[in-house]
Write a protein that binds this ligand. Structure first.
Ligand code: ZN
Length: 186
């Protein structure tokens, strides 16, 4: 069977047995995950997520780049329109992984990667493209330093090992700009 036909029949099965019309637009666990597009590291699989629990943004590498920040800004607006501002009390999880395909891009097309990450070519090496343990810490620091994100997020940096299936917490949860949010309700 053609794979698209397979997908269509799986969807019919889902609509019959797995569909829940009561799910909400905002994630029930108040959690947003930034992950990589690699099919081995789908957060739905490796974190055994239930439908509706989290919002997941996936890009190459699970990196914090200008496009990711734009998406988060739009999500902030969407959530406010849906009646709840994203921020205090929410988790923001950056999930990167070993053996990431972004390494190949670094070797073969570094200029493309500089553009993707929003840095000049000579700054690309500062972003530890080929080392997910350093990269995830750099990206959590970038989120912490970004004044446009709402304060109060608990930001966590994780690395998933594709050889073991296990996660390592590289940056434990820290509240984003906690000092700015104290005394505020949002
Ligand atoms: Zn990857």
């Amino acid at each position: 069977m053609d794979f698209l036909e397979t997908l269509a029949s799986r969807n019919v099965e889902f609509a019959k047995t797995g569909f829940n019309a009561d799910l909400k637009m905002l994630p029930s666990r108040r959690t947003m995950i930034i992950g990589c597009v690699d099919p081995r590291v789908d957060p739905m699989d490796v974190l055994k997520l239930e439908p509706g629990e989290t919002a997941v943004i996936r890009n190459v590498g699970g990196r914090v780049n200008p496009a990711l920040l734009e998406t988060m800004a739009i999500l902030g607006t969407v959530s406010r329109a849906a009646g709840e501002a994203v921020g205090a009390g929410w988790n923001l999880v950056v999930l990167q992984h070993t053996d990431c395909g972004i390494n190949g891009c670094y070797r073969h097309a570094p200029k493309l990667l500089s553009k993707y990450m929003g840095v000049s070519d000579d700054k690309l090496d500062d972003l530890a493209i080929t080392d997910p343990y350093k990269a995830v810490a750099i990206d959590v620091a970038a989120l912490n330093a970004n004044p446009n994100l709402p304060g109060g997020f608990a930001v966590t940096g994780l690395v998933y090992d594709v050889k073991t299936g296990l996660l390592e917490t590289v940056v434990p949860p820290t509240v984003l700009r906690h000092e700015l949010t104290q005394g505020r309700s949002t």
